[in-house]
Write a protein that binds this ligand. Structure first.
Ligand code: ADP
Length: 387
């Protein structure tokens, strides 16, 4: 993507230079942005095409003369430096920004040097990151260039994605390392003699098995999430009999619920139909019901119900401990847990809700949560209606 943008920039730079060359002499008394158009019709067409391109492009473009005053800019540059003024014309670069990186890049441009890959960050209400490229304009004789042209590529999104990717990788490594460390430690203990003691060795082996299964679930969930996020999951949406589906999910979770003395209640009316990929909806409900059971108190209840509205709503409600409100906003993020140790202890991967969120989005729906401490939580899957 960067190469395409760079190619575009190169094209534009050539265009701008041609544009500047076809206009009046390049100095501060003849600002190019406003100069009168007296060219032949064919030049006029080229010039208006360039003007439209410069206005429409997302990259900020700034041209300064030898005095470091702006002689040309486009709306994207105005938005970047000073959205409140109509034009940046004639302003000194130092009036626009105090960023020394920008200043030194343009200074180099005036000395006839090309600079690229200058990373510029803005710290306004919305933090943005730009990759600045500056090229000299005009003959770079002994006195330096006549001006310098800078293009600001917005790389905020790319940078953000890179941070998310790095965080994900470091989370995955951390999550895998924890059970692996336990496995190695217990294998070493067995090797050092504990294997002779039947009772301890049984206990250690069961810890090893538990940690190995955790790694297994983690890898399964990571692969699942990556494939959903990567757009490799195709939905086969069709009308689904919700009551029967909920019955089946409850039947599969019955043993787990019984082990925790939790009651599952299917409150969906028979004949309710929703429009979804049945297997994926089952996966979402399984995750939410599983959480409901895990985070319930003993003798708690997990109830599944349906509400109609502009969208179909499927509610999974428990009367467990509830979730402190400060956690609700981040609950669907990968690896986010309210109580990390408790989640791990219960075999959680911290990816279940992220998977539910992405599956709901894939259905062009969403998943939301409300919760009250001490009273319980309600997770709601919102799905577009049939047709
Ligand atoms: P985990 O594998 O830890 O269950 P999830 O992504 O499914 O991962 O859930 C993330 C976290 O959200 C859990 O660790 C828990 O802190 C919280 N959570 C999820 N569902 C519930 C619930 N029904 N009641 C209370 N907390 C919940």
């Amino acid at each position: 993507m960067v190469t395409a943008v760079e190619a575009l920039a190169a094209l534009l730079l050539v265009g701008v230079v041609v544009w500047l060359a076809t206009r009046s002499k390049f100095d501060k008394n003849h600002p190019v942005e406003k100069s009168e158009q007296t060219d032949a019709p064919e030049n006029l067409a080229v010039s208006s095409l360039l003007e439209a391109t410069l206005t429409g492009m997302r990259e900020g473009l700034l041209v300064v003369n030898r005095d470091m005053r702006v002689v040309a800019s486009n709306p994207a540059a105005r938005k970047l430096f000073n959205p409140s003024v109509a034009t940046l014309q004639s302003q000194r670069l130092t009036e626009l920004t105090r960023n020394p990186e920008i200043y030194s890049a343009f200074l180099d441009g005036l000395k006839g040097l090309e600079r690229s890959g200058v990373k510029v960050e803005t710290h306004g209400p919305e933090r943005q990151i730009f990759d600045l490229r500056v090229v000299p304009i005009g003959n770079a004789n002994g006195n330096g260039a006549e001006g310098a042209l800078g293009v600001f590529f917005d790389i905020t999104r790319t940078e953000r994605l890179e941070i998310v990717r790095q965080e994900f990788l470091s989370n995955v490594s951390h999550e895998l390392r924890t059970p692996l460390t336990a496995i190695i430690a217990f294998v070493e203990t067995l090797e050092e003699g504990a294997i002779e003691d039947r009772e301890s060795s049984q206990r250690f082996l069961s810890i090893i098995r538990k940690n190995a299964s955790r790694m297994h679930s983690l890898i399964d969930d990571i692969l699942e999430l990556t494939s959903i996020e990567g757009g490799n999951v195709q939905l086969r949406a069709a009308p689904v009999d919700l009551y029967t589906l909920v019955q089946n999910v409850c039947a599969s979770a019955a043993a787990k619920a019984a082990a925790q003395s939790v009651t599952l209640q299917n409150k969906v009316e028979p004949d309710v139909m929703v429009y979804a990929d049945e297997r994926r909806l089952e996966q979402m409900l399984t995750n939410l019901i599983d959480n409901g059971i895990k985070f319930s108190r003993e003798h708690g209840t997990v109830a599944i119900s349906y509400e109609s509205g502009t969208r179909d709503k499927i509610l999974v409600q428990d009367n467990g401990d509830g979730i402190p409100s400060q956690h609700l906003e981040r609950l669907f993020e990968r690896f986010y847990r309210v109580d990390r140790a408790r989640s791990r202890d219960m075999g959680g991967t911290g990816l279940g809700l992220a998977i539910v969120k992405h599956l709901a989005l894939l259905h062009r729906g969403e998943v939301t949560v409300t919760s009250e401490l001490g009273k319980g939580s309600t997770f709601t899957i919102h799905l577009p209606k049939i047709g």
